[in-house]
Design a protein around this ligand. Structure first.
Ligand code: FMN
Length: 448
């Protein structure tokens, strides 16, 4: 299995999914521009970043096929396999410091992140360089259970980072120690294997360690190693680890930052991290995730689809598949295919989808013959199987997502569209036209 970012990069290279950029690139805009152009097609390794000797990779999980290959399954199984791993976490194991590649270099003094690592600036109005692909590991102070999440981190000073923490698990953990006026020990892990990266995005009940989900995805215990200055364990085969503290009672201006819905998240006062130690490989590879690329969207989509699928299945047992579409930023638009057995089930699927996540805003339910990964097929179902006065439901002013600029600071309308064929309709009225033998035709045998 792919234990490290490096072994995954080798696999990508062998399969022709990795392009190497030998030409010098500027970490300000140029690197992100190239990565964005390659998005969805290739992972890119920038070997020469202006002013640095450390290379940068971007786009290591840029499509569903790649994610499925990392999990060694076929693409149709992605969502159920992820849900299975999430439901059956596997403990990690601890290895000695001497055996951990991420301990090859240890720096404890004069830490200057901006000169050590080529931290890029992505979008035009970003407040500066941002670390975007670091797994933040912290422990619940009551139970000692680890929590893992990714956060945008603005470089505010040589060893100082501003962080956006939305009100989820990390926020809860931080507030518990901040109320006692204590710092929260954290580790930021950059450059892990693709399955650990994906596991960091699992939507779990509070108290589940995402690294154990990573172990479950790997089918074997993930190897961890103890940090130097904080009581936290980190993936031993990572490229870079930054050890530090989230400071209590400190807020500094962070932002703006170009975000996944393709708008800027505004500047405001945010918590601050101070870094006390850096450990890394001798020749580390730095990883960046450019906001709103397929990679960014899919990392969020797969775990959300797993939760969505489970919720819908409770309401409609014959659900076939779910999709959070890229046009809907892989968060706001859900398309659900069901094998409808009872009239009205499409609406129950819509309720379940809204309940699965506050981010879900528009839901389309289609029959099992519609390819939910093909936007044209979904639109065709809406065009020909939906009558708005009875098939559309609108709920006003529910909890939505703050990063959706059309919401009223997170207060958002929801819409569900039932684009399924009525069970009572005569079958021939909705029979798709088809040409016998079409599937078997190989055009090259007919066209010279
Ligand atoms: N969540 C945040 O709260 N703030 C962020 O700045 C942030 N940036 C992200 C950047 C990337 C590239 C990705 C993939 C996700 C980001 N997320 C961010 C989402 C969280 O990492 C994710 O929701 C995670 O599951 C939250 O975990 P938790 O509930 O255990 O805290």
């Amino acid at each position: 299995s792919f234990r490290s970012l490096r072994s995954w990069l080798k696999t990508l290279e062998t399969k022709g999914y990795l392009k190497k950029v030998k030409r010098e690139v500027d970490p300000v805009y140029e690197l992100a521009a190239v990565a964005k152009k390659a998005d969805g097609q290739w992972a890119v390794k920038f070997e020469k970043v202006k002013g640095y000797s450390v290379p940068v990779v971007a786009g290591i999980l840029h499509n569903r096929q790649l994610i499925a290959e990392a999990m060694k399954i076929n693409v149709a199984e992605l969502v159920t396999k992820f849900a299975e791993a999430q439901a059956n976490p596997l403990p990690c194991c601890l290895i000695d410091r001497e055996k951990a590649p991420v301990k090859e270099v240890i720096v404890r003094d004069n830490i200057d992140l901006g000169s050590m690592f080529p931290i890029p600036t992505h979008h035009e109005k970003d407040a500066g360089p941002y670390i975007t692909a670091a797994l933040l590991i912290a422990k619940d102070p009551c139970t000692g259970v680890r929590n893992v999440s990714i956060h945008r981190l603005q470089l505010l000073g040589p060893n100082r980072l501003g962080i956006l923490i939305l009100p989820r698990h990390l926020w809860h953990i931080f507030r518990q120690v901040e109320e006692k006026d204590q710092p929260l020990e954290i580790a930021l892990v950059i450059g892990v294997d693709p399955l650990t990266l994906l596991a960091s995005q699992a939507i779990t009940p509070f108290g589940v360690d995402e690294l154990e989900i990573a172990s479950a995805l790997h089918g074997e215990p993930l190897q961890l190693v103890k940090c130097e200055t904080v009581d936290i364990e980190v993936p031993a085969h990572a490229e870079i680890v930054l050890e530090g503290r989230l400071l209590p009672g400190v807020r500094e201006i962070e932002g703006p930052f170009g975000e996944y819905p393709k708008y800027y998240g505004p500047a405001s006062k945010k918590p601050v991290i101070v870094i006390d130690a850096v450990t890394c490989r001798r020749r580390p590879i730095y990883q960046t995730i450019v906001a709103a690329t397929r990679e960014h969207l899919l990392l969020g989509a797969i775990p959300r689809e797993a939760t969505l699928f489970q919720m819908v299945r409770q309401a409609v047992p014959t659900v076939r598949a779910v999709h959070l579409t890229p046009g809907g930023t892989c968060r706001y638009h859900a398309v659900i295919a069901i094998d409808k057995r009872h009239e009205g089930e499409a609406k129950n699927a819509i309720f379940a989808a809204f309940a699965s996540s506050a981010e879900v805003k528009h839901v389309v339910v289609v029959d099992k013959d519609v390819d939910i990964f093909n936007p044209e097929d979904v639109e065709w179902a809406i065009a020909t199987r939906c009558q708005a006065s009875k098939d559309v439901i609108i709920i006003s002013q529910a909890h939505g997502n703050r990063l959706d600029p059309s919401s009223d600071d997170g207060l958002s309308d929801k819409m569900g569209i039932d684009a399924t064929v009525p069970l009572s309709a005569p079958a021939e009225r909705f029979e798709r036209i088809r040409i016998p033998g079409f599937e078997k035709i190989r055009l090259e045998e007919y066209l010279g």
